[in-house]
Design a protein around this ligand. Structure first.
Ligand SMILES: [Zn+2]
Length: 294
């Protein structure tokens, strides 16, 4: 991600990633506003299979085209903000899977490296409806039983829109995690090993992200190091083995963080889910209760 921000020629270019006031990731080459917690972004992803989702400056005959490059097997909505001689220009665009789209043309007499801009993105087409064809399957092996330690309406750590309906399910490190619903794997992280409740661990969770047919996506997080057994682009069926649970990233103990998201317009919103219970009926997960996979 780092080099993508804008000066790819400068190997040591610093890049930053932070969440803005609306909770969206912003990528920029300069330190974010004072008081804004940010992380420097390391050059290159730890997982070579992760899709590239970046905005690049490309030279044109009249200036520079800020171009969204979407390497994901999914639709991605981008926004870009550029500083120009005449002021600030913003643009957004919904970019189809594995394609590119010019978001903004800016005049730039001194070439691409003179253009100052930042961008953000959210995976998924904006405004989709959550239409699961059947209740979700509890994301572990059939007949296993684990305690839900955080579910709505409780919000101990799940306080923003992207996590309000997320679930924490306590399970020992090494428990097999299975797909709760069919879809296409769009991103994974598998090489992280740090954990604990320190801010620098926020980005260190291993995860699998699966896009569903209705345009919503599921995230399975805090997975065990080097156990992810699916890769971006792969279609998975409901119940398919994905990885082992772990305790990586911002986590106080072994558990699975499971959330279904949709893009509501450059913003991710979590969605309530129900699970198949005995006889296939919908079970609403509650904090403190046990969940069984049927
Ligand atoms: Zn959680």
């Amino acid at each position: 991600v780092a080099c993508a921000v804008f000066v790819c020629g400068t190997a040591a270019a610093a890049a930053y990633r932070y969440k803005d006031a609306s909770g969206q990731w912003v990528y920029t080459d300069r330190p974010p506003p004072a008081g804004q917690a940010a992380q420097s972004v390391t050059l290159g992803r730890v997982d070579a299979g992760s899709p590239k989702m970046v905005v690049l400056p490309r030279s044109t005959s009249t200036g520079v085209a800020l171009t969204a490059v979407n390497g994901c097997e999914c639709t991605v909505e981008f926004a870009v903000k550029a500083k120009t001689a005449t002021g600030e220009k913003v643009a957004r665009g919904v970019v189809q899977p594995r394609s590119e789209q010019v978001l903004l043309d800016v005049a730039a007499a001194d070439g691409p490296s003179s253009v100052r801009y930042e961008y953000g993105y959210v995976v998924g087409a904006p405004g989709v409806q959550h239409r699961p064809p059947q209740p979700y399957r509890a994301p572990f092996a059939l007949a296993q039983r684990f305690q839900v330690t955080q579910a709505p309406p409780d919000a101990i750590t799940h306080r923003d829109a992207a996590s309000r309906n997320a679930l924490d399910i306590a399970m020992p490190v090494g428990t097999a995690v299975h797909a709760a619903r069919a879809g296409v794997v769009i991103d994974v992280a598998a090489r992280h090993f740090r954990s604990g409740l320190a801010a620098q661990n926020m980005e260190d969770a291993n995860f699998v992200q699966v896009m569903h047919d209705d345009g919503t996506n599921a995230v399975y997080a805090h997975l065990q190091l080097d156990t992810v057994r699916v890769r971006p682009g792969q279609r998975v069926s409901r119940g398919e083995y994905l990885a082992n649970s772990g305790n990586t990233g911002f986590s106080s103990g072994p558990h699975l963080h499971f959330v279904v998201l949709r893009n509501v317009g450059l913003r991710s919103e979590s969605l309530p889910v129900t699970f198949a219970g005995p006889g296939g009926g919908g079970v609403t997960p509650r904090s403190g209760q046990h969940l069984v996979a049927y």
